[in-house]
Design a protein around this ligand. Structure first.
Ligand SMILES: *[C@@H]1O[C@H](CO)[C@@H](O)[C@H](O)[C@H]1NC(C)=O
Ligand SMILES: *[C@@H]1O[C@H](CO)[C@@H](O)[C@H](O)[C@H]1NC(C)=O
Ligand SMILES: *[C@@H]1O[C@H](CO)[C@@H](O)[C@H](O)[C@H]1NC(C)=O
Ligand SMILES: *[C@@H]1O[C@H](CO)[C@@H](O)[C@H](O)[C@H]1NC(C)=O
Ligand SMILES: *[C@@H]1O[C@H](CO)[C@@H](O)[C@H](O)[C@H]1NC(C)=O
Ligand SMILES: *[C@@H]1O[C@H](CO)[C@@H](O)[C@H](O)[C@H]1NC(C)=O
Ligand SMILES: *[C@@H]1O[C@H](CO)[C@@H](O)[C@H](O)[C@H]1NC(C)=O
Ligand SMILES: *[C@@H]1O[C@H](CO)[C@@H](O)[C@H](O)[C@H]1NC(C)=O
Ligand SMILES: *[C@@H]1O[C@H](CO)[C@@H](O)[C@H](O)[C@H]1NC(C)=O
Ligand SMILES: *[C@@H]1O[C@H](CO)[C@@H](O)[C@H](O)[C@H]1NC(C)=O
Ligand SMILES: [Cu+2]
Length: 394
C-alpha cells in the first residue's frame, strides 16, 4: 500500500502526495530523540503539502515565519529575545483606571498577559480550548515583542528532551548574558507539599531567587496562587511584588519530559481527548495504577519550578513562552501527522476537567483573551499556517 502510494506520486508528479506517518521506532531512537526528529520532519512535509492544497492568499509556507529551538539560535539572537522580553516588562500598562480596580497587580504591559492568564485560568486548562487558547496567547506575545519592542525574530521553543536528564546543567540556566537566567538559589529541601494538588513532590536543585543572567532582577508582580510550597495571596489579582523563584528539578524532568515521554504521547493517541488529556495528566485519562506522571505540560512547568510551577501565575516567568512554544510544537506535530483527521479535532467543555460541569465547546465559539486581544473564533486557531497565524516549527 505504502509502495503503491509512492509509485503513484512518481507516476503523476502533479497528484497530491500522500501524508506520511511512521508508527514503529526502535526504543533507542525514541529515547535519543531521533524518532521525534523523524516525526517532526514527516509532519512538516505533510503540513507543507496541506498548506499548498489549502492555497490561502494570506499565508504561504515559503514565506512563513520559522520558530527554532533555543540552542539553534546564535548567542546574539538569544540575547535579542531576552532583551525584548525585558523591554515589554519595562513598558507601562495602559489598562483603564476602572480595570485597575479589579486588576491592581497589573503594573506593566507584560503584566497584562499575566493577569489575563490568571483571570481565565479555570477556562483555559484541562478543557477544550487549552491548546488553541495557548497557541494564540503565545502568538500575541510574540507579536507584542515584534511590534512594541522591535524584536526582529520569532518565539524560540524549548526542546525539553535535551535537558531531561540534568536540566540544572542546561545552557538555558547557566546564568550568563545569553541564557534565560540562572536557577534559583539553592534551598535545602527534599520534598515540597503542593497544597492545591494535595500532593508532595520531590524538591528540585534551587528554590530561591534567580541570581544571575537576564532575569536576575525581575520583579514578579502577582501571585503566588497555586505554587508548590507557597502560601497563596488572598486575592489572586492583587499587587504582590517579589523575586522570580526557580527550582530546576531533574526528578520531574527525567520522568515527565524525556524524549520518550513526548514521543510516546505523539505516537500513542489517535484522538484529541486522549492526546490533550495525557499531555495535561487529566485524571479522566490517567490510569490510577500507572506511575504518577505530570504529563509533558505539567512536567515542563515543574521542571523549572518556582513561579513556572504556579500554573495561574506562570506567564510571569519568561520560560513560560518557550515552554508553551514546545507544547504548541508537539500539538503541531501531532496534528501534522494526520491533518485530514486531526486538523480540526477538539474535545471537551469550557471548565477545567469539566468542574463545574459545563457545555461542550464548539469551533464557532469566540474565545476571550482579556487585555491582550479582542475575542477570536476557536476555528481560526487550529492551523499555524492559517487564520491569524503564519509560522511553522523547524
Ligand atoms: C512522503 O514520503 C515520501 C518518501 O520519503 C516522499 O517522497 C513524499 O514527499 C512524502 N510526502 C509528504 C507529503 O511529505
Ligand atoms: C493558488 O492561488 C493563486 C491565487 O490566489 C493562484 O494564482 C495559484 O495558481 C494557486 N496555486 C495552486 C497550486 O492552486
Ligand atoms: C493599549 O492597549 C490596547 C489593547 O487594550 C492595545 O491595542 C494598544 O496597543 C495599547 N497601547 C499602547 C500604547 O501600549
Ligand atoms: C523601535 O524602533 C523605532 C525606530 O527605530 C524607535 O523609534 C523606537 O524607539 C524603538 N522602540 C523600542 C521599544 O526600542
Ligand atoms: C540540608 O539539610 C539536611 C537535613 O536537614 C542537613 O543535614 C544538611 O546539613 C543541610 N545542608 C545545608 C547545606 O544546609
Ligand atoms: C489529601 O491526600 C491524603 C492522602 O494522600 C488524603 O488522606 C486526604 O483526604 C486528602 N485531602 C483532601 C482534601 O483531598
Ligand atoms: C541586579 O540589580 C542590582 C542592584 O540594582 C545590581 O547591582 C545587579 O548587578 C543586578 N544584577 C543583574 C544580573 O542584572
Ligand atoms: C518518561 O520517560 C522516562 C525516561 O524514559 C521513563 O522512565 C518514564 O517512565 C516515562 N514516564 C511516563 C509517564 O511514561
Ligand atoms: C459532549 O461531547 C461528548 C463527547 O463527544 C458527547 O458524548 C456528549 O453527548 C456531548 N454532550 C452534549 C450535551 O452535546
Ligand atoms: C476576566 O474573566 C471574566 C469572566 O471569566 C471575563 O469576562 C473577562 O473578560 C476577563 N478579563 C480579563 C482581562 O481577562
Ligand atoms: Cu496556561
Amino acid at each position: 500500500m505504502i509502495r503503491w502510494l509512492i509509485l503513484a506520486c512518481l507516476a503523476w508528479p502533479g497528484a497530491l502526495a500522500a501524508y506520511n506517518q511512521s508508527t514503529e521506532f526502535p526504543q533507542a531512537d525514541i529515547d535519543s530523540g531521533a524518532a521525534l526528529k523523524t516525526l517532526a520532519d514527516q509532519a512538516l512535509g505533510n503540513i507543507k503539502q496541506e498548506s499548498r492544497n489549502l492555497n490561502t492568499s494570506t499565508c504561504r509556507f515559503e514565506t512563513a515565519q520559522v520558530r527554532r529551538e533555543w540552542r539553534d539560535l546564535s548567542l546574539d539572537s538569544r540575547k535579542e529575545f531576552t532583551d525584548a522580553v525585558q523591554c515589554l516588562q519595562n513598558r507601562p500598562t495602559n489598562i483603564s483606571a476602572e480595570a485597575k480596580k479589579t486588576f491592581p497587580g497589573v503594573q506593566t504591559r507584560y503584566d497584562e498577559f499575566v493577569a489575563t492568564h490568571i483571570n481565565l485560568t479555570e477556562y483555559i486548562h484541562v478543557n477544550a480550548d487549552f491548546l488553541a487558547w495557548h497557541r494564540y496567547f503565545i502568538y500575541t506575545f510574540e507579536k507584542a515583542l515584534r511590534e512594541e519592542c522591535n524584536y526582529s525574530s520569532t518565539l524560540p521553543y524549548w526542546e525539553w528532551g535535551y535537558d531531561a536528564e540534568k536540566p540544572q546543567d542546561s545552557v538555558l540556566f547557566n546564568g550568563d548574558a545569553y541564557s534565560m537566567g540562572s536557577n534559583g538559589e539553592a534551598w535545602n529541601r527534599t520534598t515540597i507539599f503542593w497544597a492545591s494538588q494535595n500532593m508532595t513532590i520531590p524538591a528540585g536543585t534551587g528554590g530561591g531567587c534567580v541570581s544571575a543572567g537576564p532575569f536576575a532582577n525581575l520583579t514578579v508582580n502577582m501571585g503566588p496562587i497555586n505554587a508548590p510550597g507557597e502560601q497563596p495571596v488572598d486575592y489572586k489579582l492583587e499587587y504582590n511584588p517579589r523575586c522570580l523563584q526557580r527550582d530546576v528539578n531533574p526528578t520531574v524532568s527525567g520522568t515527565s519530559v524525556a524524549f520518550r515521554n513526548s514521543t510516546e504521547l505523539i505516537l500513542s493517541y489517535e484522538t484529541i481527548d486522549w492526546f490533550q488529556g495525557v499531555m495535561q495528566a487529566d485524571k479522566r485519562f490517567t490510569d490510577p495504577d500507572a506511575p504518577r506522571s505530570f504529563g509533558v505540560h505539567g512536567g515542563g512547568h515543574l521542571t523549572v519550578g518556582g513561579v513556572l510551577a504556579d500554573i495561574d501565575t506562570s506567564p510571569a516567568e519568561p520560560m513560560f513562552w518557550i515552554h508553551h512554544a514546545q507544547i504548541d510544537r508537539i500539538w503541531t506535530i501531532w496534528q501534522g501527522l494526520d491533518p485530514a483527521k486531526r486538523r480540526n479535532a477538539i474535545w471537551g467543555t469550557h471548565t477545567r476537567a469539566d468542574m463545574p460541569p459545563s457545555a461542550n465547546m464548539t469551533l464557532d465559539e469566540m474565545l476571550d483573551f482579556g487585555f491582550i486581544s479582542t475575542p477570536r473564533e476557536f476555528a481560526t486557531l487550529m492551523n499555524p499556517l492559517a487564520g491569524p497565524f503564519c509560522y511553522y516549527y523547524e
